[in-house]
Design a protein around this ligand. Structure first.
Ligand code: NAP
Length: 251
């Protein structure tokens, strides 16, 4: 029996990187998947992923939706409900970084990171809890970061947004636990994606790896496996938790 059979999941920011791996993992386990991306440059990738998921035998659809835009999220969730009939799992994964030292950071850079990384989580969660409350079940998974727990020079906006995700996650867990809606966060360490492309090779990469007890960067599958655990019934007595998936970087 597949772990997410007859479930419908939303994954934001899934045209590439961690979101893509989660969408594939969920579909392999029988979930229907509605996913978002934002840029025109990712349309081809999103269409290819949609086809890949459908080939796995589930229903899947890509939506070009800005997760930072409240009205767009409302339309998206309504469309998903019309087409899929239910929403059991919501993975708030969409995120960006605009790293800069505070001295040089502009208010626009700060706002963009907050809107994409934190407001998006409010936008989407606010929409999905209605159908989840009706169904008396749901799992919300928010993508934080070890940087939100540890802080990092040059990443104050990113760290603040990801720490905000943790506070939001714990609050929603308390608000909605009695409705059997769970809300947990994942805090990845350095995961090999476009976002961390700058870490790929050379001395810089070795320096970062030296600080990771497991001695390697993570893969998108490392995160997708934990998302699958939080989405399904194996974690049914867990809410308000932050699972660090970082090779021990934060200890
Ligand atoms: P990525 O490879 O850069 O992919 C980001 C995805 O998010 C893309 O599909 C992008 O869409 C989408 N996205 C960005 N802004 C969006 C918006 N406003 N609305 C909808 N989608 C949007 O990033 P990643 O490394 O997979 O990261 C995924 C999540 O994990 C992020 O929240 C990130 O902060 C978090 N994280 C990553 C790492 C890491 O080491 N990689 C570590 C800790 C936490 P387009 O394709 O259309 O641009």
């Amino acid at each position: 029996m597949k772990l997410l059979a007859s479930k419908t999941a939303i994954v934001t920011g899934a045209a590439r990187g961690i979101g893509e791996a989660i969408a594939i993992k969920f579909a392999e386990q029988g979930a229907n998947v509605a996913f978002t991306y934002v840029s025109n440059g990712s349309t081809e990738k999103a269409t290819a992923l949609e086809q890949k998921l459908i080939a796995l035998g589930v229903k899947a659809k890509a939506f070009q939706t800005n997760a930072g835009d409240y009205a767009a999220c409302e339309i998206f969730v309504n469309d998903v409900l019309k087409e899929f009939g239910q929403i059991d799992v919501c993975v708030n994964n969409a995120g960006i970084s605009k790293d800069n030292l505070l001295l040089r950071m502009t208010p626009e850079q700060w706002d963009e990171v907050m809107q994409t990384n934190l407001k998006s989580v409010f936008n989407m969660t606010k929409q999905v809890i209605r159908p989840m409350m009706k169904a008396k079940t749901g799992s919300i998974i928010n993508m934080s970061s070890v940087i939100g727990e540890m802080g990092n020079a040059g990443q104050s906006s990113y760290a603040a947004s990801k720490a905000g995700v943790i506070g939001f996650t714990k609050s929603i867990a308390k608000e909605l636990g009695s409705r059997n809606i769970r809300c947990n966060a994942i805090a990845p360490g350095f995961i090999e994606t476009d976002m961390t492309g700058y870490l790929k090779d050379g001395e810089g990469a070795d320096k970062y790896k030296a600080g990771i007890p497991l001695g390697r960067f993570g893969t998108t599958d490392d995160i997708a496996d934990v998302a699958l655990f939080l989405a399904g019934s194996s974690s049914s007595y867990m809410t308000g938790q932050v699972l660090s998936v970082c090779g021990g970087l934060n200890i």
